[in-house]
Design a protein around this ligand. Sequence first.
Ligand code: HEC
Length: 250
Amino acid sequence: MKHARRMGLALMMVIPALWSVHGADDAKGIPITEAEYRKLVKSTVDEITKTLAKTDAKSKQKARMAAIFLAAYAQHTTGGPGAAERATMRDAALKLAQTIAAGQIADAKKQASALLTLKADPNANTAPLSIMKVAKLKVDDLMHQFGPPARGGYGIEFRYKKLTGLGNKLPNETLDDEFLSSAYRVAMSFAILKNYKHEDDPDKFRKYVDDAYQATVDMIPEVRAQNGPRTAPLLYKLTIVCSRCHNDFR
Ligand code: HEC
């Protein structure tokens, strides 16, 4: 059943017209189905609720970032719910991120659970906004998520390194739900970074951001289809962009 669902999604994802996701922060976003959108919302709210139960600074930052990513999913994916519902979700999630940052945890818990039954506000502002600016993000806030769990990250850098080491022998089973959600996290990070102007060399930085975004967006349908041999070269391509940008900017 799970496999059939993935195959169904994979077939939908190969419709090329949907894949014209290029350029500026007005990028159309990653097409997903309504079911997948709801799943992302539910799993992110669960994560926020779970993380808010812990009181240390790392957990607070992780919960804040999860709320910001909920806003990014609402703004930077397409398909499923309409624009008003997405914009309402984005703004509520950004407000939640601020509440967490302000340390108002009891209020944050209430806001988080309300997200699951949020009704679309017909007057919501559906124009895209810079999540980077509104959420006062730094590049490191995004990159930190790719680091090891012991430091509050999701272990993405380590996992990608390990998997690219396997060359083309990337087992299909590796491309599980967790891998897919990490690919969304990476894609969203670069979608958000499209609004960032690096002070040393903004054009060069932006080119790396665009390349990393596109490489991740290209990889997602193969991950959904759990196709190891086709994911391997795309993952490799993505990690090359990671390294190039790090050589110049990290
Ligand atoms: C557009 C440039 C760019 C790209 C592309 C990029 N990074 Fe980074 N990364 C940076 C910069 C800049 C830093 C240093 C941030 C700081 O410390 O202020 C960094 C830092 C990191 C860190 C350390 C974060 C911490 O706080 O411990 C990790 C881990 C990381 N990147 C992983 C990745 C992975 C994995 C990819 C590819 C999927 C990637 N990065 C792609 C620019 C980039």
